[in-house]
Design a protein around this ligand. Structure first.
Ligand code: HEM
Ligand code: HEM
Length: 156
């Protein structure tokens, strides 16, 4: 997700004559679609399994804040790629995932809706960056100030 925000920010300023003009967008689209599939899997996993308990030092408002942030991040992991998909398939083109398989355009949209999708993609992606920064600072605070082993929960 962080990589895709960086790549998106870099690629929109390239001109047609840059060597990376086409490849950066293809990579962005392919990794973005893989991220969407991974996010759908993760959401199904979260719904079907129990998640690790929050640290016992956390107040109930902190647990609520952490829960809301996680929920928002999961929502963004779906909404950002879907808006990207709408932009890229608006003219009926399919999306090639690393020349490995194609994801077809399921519907076509008007130019007006394409422009709305571009705006949404922009605001949701840079908004996500702010939430990610908050999320990471919170994780580091728990790890190094509260010392409650929170980061270990990313791995097992
Ligand atoms: C979570 C996944 C994704 C993130 C975080 C992300 C992030 C970004 C960012 C930050 C930009 C630059 C916006 C700007 O500065 O104007 C961008 C542009 C773009 N992204 Fe994504 N993206 C994701 C997934 C996708 C997917 C799956 C597709 C298409 C299949 C896609 C297609 C595009 C396109 C076409 C642009 C250029 C839009 C324009 O013309 O301004 N993105 N993306
Ligand atoms: C270096 C970057 C990151 C660090 C250090 C980090 C750290 C953590 C930690 C420690 C947890 C467990 C919190 C707990 O259970 O108390 C967590 C959960 C979570 N993180 Fe991150 N995170 C990072 C980046 C991201 C990004 C980029 C996203 C998504 C856009 C994300 C989405 C989530 C979600 C959805 C959960 C909740 C998982 C669940 O319990 O089902 N994280 N993160």
């Amino acid at each position: 997700m962080i990589g895709l925000i960086g790549l998106g920010w870099y690629m929109v300023d390239l001109s047609y004559y840059d060597r990376w003009y086409n490849d950066s967008l293809s990579l962005h689209k392919a990794f973005g679609m893989v991220l969407l599939l991974t996010a759908l899997f993760k959401i199904a996993w979260t719904l079907l399994n129990t998640r690790p308990e929050f640290s016992s030092v956390m107040a109930s408002w902190e647990k609520f804040l952490a829960h809301s942030t996680h929920g928002l991040l999961l929502l963004l992991l779906v909404l950002i790629p879907i808006s990207g998909y709408i932009i890229s398939t608006s003219a009926g083109d399919s999306i090639s995932v690393f020349n490995w398989f194609d994801i077809p355009a399921l519907f076509s949209v008007t130019e007006e809706w394409r422009d709305i999708a571009i705006e949404l993609h922009y605001f949701l992606a840079y908004g996500a960056l702010l939430i990610i920064v908050f999320h990471v600072v919170a994780a580091l605070k728990h790890q190094f100030i509260n010392r409650d082993g929170t980061i270990r929960k990313m791995f097992w």
